[in-house]
Write a protein that binds this ligand. Structure first.
Ligand code: SAM
Length: 205
């Protein structure tokens, strides 16, 4: 009995590690081909993914919109947090990653599209009420005005106090706080992520 349980746990761990390795490799190959759009050499670690998901309350009504899901590190954390797959919409630019996500998370709505065209992309997806936006986009590869435009569109879709959550490795925020429009909080450094990252949370005033 004990041996069977030990064997099952060892097999599950081996499958998990194999899954991570193949995702790391897929990510690295994509980064080598498209460094600016991919924005990182490997997927976010589980500590960072959990910190992003922790800012979402699964009891909020509406759809959680994930921007730049990649191979699904943050998606998995959102699902583990209790956001059901039918309340999550993932917007990914890279069709290979989108295909990977559909296979990894059956029932998840994956849109191939440009997250910076936030309003149009959500209209196409038929999403009207947005509970939270969770973004892993490499915002620093974009000019400041384009980043701000994305935040503005997201804030229009969100109810007051609901968050736009973004991680970055940078010392400065991707978009500054804007009095009268949105507030900004930053987490401590998540040192277990490589490279260490922080989570920036914007809330509509
Ligand atoms: C830094 S990776 C993060 C991936 C994953 N969320 C993670 O944390 O491991 C950035 C992701 O954003 C996607 N991306 C970049 N530009 C995009 C855009 N304009 N619209 C949608 N996705 C985009 C990339 O293809 C990539 O999957």
């Amino acid at each position: 009995m004990f041996v069977h349980r030990w064997r099952d746990e060892a097999l599950a761990e081996a499958r998990r590690v194999r899954g991570h390795c193949s995702e790391d490799l897929k990510f690295l190959k994509t980064w080598a081909a498209k460094p600016l759009t991919t924005g990182a050499v490997s997927p976010s670690g589980r500590w960072l993914a959990r910190a992003m998901a922790a800012a979402v309350d699964p009891l909020w009504t509406g759809t959680v919109v994930e921007l730049g899901p990649g191979t699904g590190a943050v998606t998995a954390a959102l699902l583990a947090r209790g956001v059901s797959a039918d309340r999550l919409v993932a917007v990914e630019y890279n069709p290979d990653f989108a295909e990977h996500l559909r296979a990894r998370f059956p029932g998840l709505r994956v849109m191939v599209g440009d997250a910076y065209e936030f309003a149009d992309t959500l209209r196409h997806a038929g999403v009207a009420d947005v509970a939270a936006v969770v973004s892993s986009l490499p915002l620093f590869t974009q000019p400041p005005l384009r980043r701000r435009h994305l935040l503005e569109q997201s804030m229009k879709a969100l109810e007051p106090t609901r968050p736009f959550i973004q991680f970055s490795y940078a010392l400065v925020p991707p978009v500054p706080a804007e009095a009268g429009s949105w507030t900004l909080d930053v987490s401590g450094w998540i040192m277990r992520n490589l490279p260490p990252a922080r989570v920036w949370t914007y809330r509509k005033v």
